[in-house]
Design a protein around this ligand. Structure first.
Ligand code: ADP
Length: 719
């Protein structure tokens, strides 16, 4: 009997076996419809084999689906990723089939001439239609428009049989990129980097690189050149460029289009499902060379993947926390290894893990030293707020106000950076001290004045700002505490009423289109002062921006998270790097109450190496990543007792293992969310311990009740 193991989208750790009916031919990667209970569901064949004399009564595969077979290495990747993250392989496989959720686009209806037939009554408009159309086929409305006639004229010709309607299968065309379309002239560092990358793609085999250069040093230009050379050698090569945020894609797509004379395919949640289906089918058919996308693009069925670029590789947005928990950068490296491809991790502020790999010689280290052309890095200075505290209920100190004023006078732009959405992060009752939170949730409600709502950024809960304190009932006792970007903009407008101001956050730019519009207004010089969260901190080039003011440089350093220093260093480097990108020198001013903090001192000195050395030493002392590895197990349930019980059971059944410790259970960083209690256990292991093997053995010892959700986070981003 022939049996196939099929990956189906269920939270189970194994593939399901099905009988392969007589006469059916299936192989690894085939998409099949299989019965599950009363339904048929889509699955992917992981393996097909002959068995002898099994008397298990297996259900049979219903039929092989008419969709393309997943390439062998895509299946390898899916299975590897599931093992690495301890996720269900069928759910990983489903991530690779996401593009197929939309139906095929409907065929396009067009009209064309029927042979040489002529209209019985030729008129001016009718002749115009036939002349416009010629030998081609066109959609009827387009034809009428092009011929300058009413649609009735086209319809009349159709009725008469002079024209006919045909249906054309909508196969999206992806123009082949032309590597010679608009070559760049590279500086020597860029040329060396592009040469090294292209040599690796040309040779084939897994080759990882760190492309390390300050913001504006021309990393993008360098990897695009490497992509061009890769395509010159192999015009069928496929290249994947991952970005941390959708807002950054348009800029890159425009650059790629200008460089190669053809637009790349785009892949992220903002792309409409029918379009995604077209991209998916083009990728698997090898009809599409360059894909620009978010982390989910890693699961596309590439057939000839030669180069993967992870731009802004340090960015925490590459980590997916919900559903399948994985780090896009780590999986990108794995995908490249499995495909035998080159992977380039690009950043001005690489993650400590990546820097460490480069230090150890595991990654080739390509450095771009200077900014391209005449642009120089901004001068960064710390503004000690103890010496010049802002007035009560204001957030900008006198020196920063003066700097903004001078910048305005010169007709240049200012970016004020504060990584906090809304008007005020906390609303507090002066009478009883109560802080407003969403129901059954630990995180505070954030006041948003533009929309007049209090919003929980964690759960999305919103309410109008109440007149009375919900806790003690006092009237008019609620005060807004601390600043968000909206409040800083309010202050700026009062100080500089003539300046044109705007706020850039995920509230004012919730989607790619509105982000693009804001970026365009900034680029066109229609905004003098932009108050922004991290949404505007990365990637964008604003030629007239010469002053960056960081409103609260201490903000990220206060959290209990051990990655706080690294993250703050990266974020502030990116934010300050926005200044002085073109021919005008820029400067950055960081307001701080703790100018002696090592992170801020390293920023002011522009000394990344010092920061990295200090941070690595601290991590080494605690055996934390990259010196050791971590994994978190998070339990959550509305039933607090069930969470407690499972947490205790887990703590009581830890397998024996050396060079590994388990901490907890303890309350998770957010212990109560939407009424769900959350507990966490943390595992720390030496690097050479089989962490996944340990976790699997451990989890196999407990039974997770239906009421509790258990999530495993291998290599957590926050710890
Ligand atoms: P990064 O990716 O390191 O931030 P970019 O590649 O975006 O840097 O380059 C910064 C700016 O310099 C861009 O406007 C880019 O067009 C320009 N640039 C970079 N390299 C070159 C080059 N070799 N020739 C011309 N312009 C370049």
């Amino acid at each position: 009997m022939k049996v196939a193991s099929v990956l189906i989208p269920l939270p189970v750790s194994e593939a399901f076996d099905y009988e392969v009916p007589e006469g059916m031919d299936v192989a690894r990667g085939d998409q099949v419809a299989v019965p599950l209970g009363p339904r048929l569901i889509r699955g992917v064949v992981s393996e097909a084999r002959e068995t002898t004399g099994s008397n298990r009564r297996l259900k049979a595969i219903d039929h092989v689906l008419d969709d393309p077979r997943l390439p062998e290495r895509t299946v390898d990747f899916v299975e590897w990723a599931a093992r690495w993250t301890l996720s269900a392989p069928g759910e990983m496989a489903a991530a690779a089939l996401k593009g197929l959720r939309a139906p095929r686009p409907r065929p396009e209806r067009r009209v064309r001439r029927v042979g040489e037939r002529l209209p019985a009554r030729p008129t001016g408009p009718r002749t115009a239609v036939l002349e416009t159309l010629g030998e081609r086929s066109m959609p009827g409305p387009d034809l009428a428009r092009a011929a300058g006639v009413s649609s009735g004229v086209v319809k009349g010709l159709l009725d008469e049989g002079v024209l006919e309607t045909i249906e054309i299968e909508a196969v999206a065309a992806f123009d082949a990129p032309d590597p010679e379309h608009a070559p760049a002239v590279l500086n020597p560092d860029q040329a060396a980097a592009a040469t090294a990358i292209a040599a690796a793609t040309g040779k084939g085999g897994f080759a990882p690189f760190l492309l390390d250069g300050v913001t504006g040093s021309g990393k993008t230009e360098a990897y695009l050149e490497a992509a061009a050379r890769t395509l010159k050698v192999d015009p069928a090569a496929q290249i994947l460029i991952l970005l941390p945020e959708i807002a950054l894609t348009q800029d890159l797509i425009a650059r790629i289009t200008a460089r190669f004379g053809a637009a790349p395919a785009e892949w992220h949640s903002g792309v409409a499902p029918p379009r995604r289906r077209q991209v998916w089918e083009a990728v698997v058919a090898g009809r599409c060379n360059i894909v620009v996308g978010a982390r989910s693009a890693l699961f596309l069925p590439f057939v000839n993947l030669r180069l993967v670029v992870v731009d802004e590789e340090h960015d925490g947005s590459f980590k997916q926390d919900e559903g399948l928990v994985y780090h896009g950068r780590d999986l990108a490296v794995a995908r490249a290894r499995i495909e035998g491809a080159t992977v380039v991790l690009a950043s001005a502020t690489p993650s400590l893990e990546t820097l460490w790999n480069a230090h150890q010689g595991r990654y080739g280290w390509l450095k771009l030293a200077a900014r391209h052309g005449t642009a120089v890095l901004p001068e960064v200075s710390l503004l000690d707020l103890r010496a010049c505290p802002p007035d009560p209920q204001t957030w900008l100190s006198q020196p920063l106000r003066e700097a903004i004023g001078e910048t305005l006078l010169r007709g240049e732009q200012t970016l004020l950076f504060l990584n906090r959405r809304g008007y005020a992060p906390v609303v507090l009752c002066r009478a009883c001290g109560h802080r407003l939170t969403a129901p059954d949730t630990d995180s505070w409600l954030v006041e948003h004045r533009y929309t007049g709502r209090l919003i929980c950024h964690l759960t999305g809960f919103t309410m109008a700002r109440p007149k009375h304190c919900p806790s003690c009932g006092a009237a008019d006792s609620l005060v807004s505490v601390g600043p968000g970007v909206e409040r800083v903009e309010e202050e700026v407008r009062q100080l500089f009423p003539e300046a044109r101001t705007a706020v850039f956050s995920s509230d004012t730019a919730p989607d790619a289109r509105s982000a693009r519009a804001l970026i365009q207004r900034m680029t066109d010089g229609e905004i003098d002062i932009l108050v922004a969260t991290q949404a505007a901190a990365k990637g964008h080039n604003f030629p007239r921006l010469t002053l960056v003011g960081v409103v609260d440089a201490d903000l990220g350093l206060r959290g209990g998270d051990l990655r706080a220093a690294e993250r703050t260093f990266q974020l502030l480097t990116q934010a300050t790097g926005r200044a002085g990108r073109a021919d005008r020198p820029g400067r950055a001013v960081l307001q701080t109450w703790t100018p002696e903090h090592p992170v801020l001192m390293a920023l002011a000195a522009g000394d990344r190496d010092a920061f990295v050395a200090a941070e690595l030493a601290e991590r080494e002392a605690a055996f934390l990543p990259p010196w050791g590895r971590l994994a978190a197990i998070i339990l959550s349930s509305e039933n607090a007792v069930a969470v407690e019980k499972l947490a205790r059971e887990l703590a009581g059944s830890i397998p024996n293992a050396g060079r590994l410790e388990v901490y907890g259970p303890a309350d998770a960083p957010l212990a109560l969310v939407r009424g769900r209690r959350r507990k966490r256990l943390l595992v720390r292991a030496d690097r050479d311990v089989d962490l996944q093997g340990f976790l699997r053995a451990w989890l196999a010892r407990v039974k997770v009740p239906g009421s509790v959700r258990l999530t495993v986070d291998v290599d957590p981003y926050s710890f």
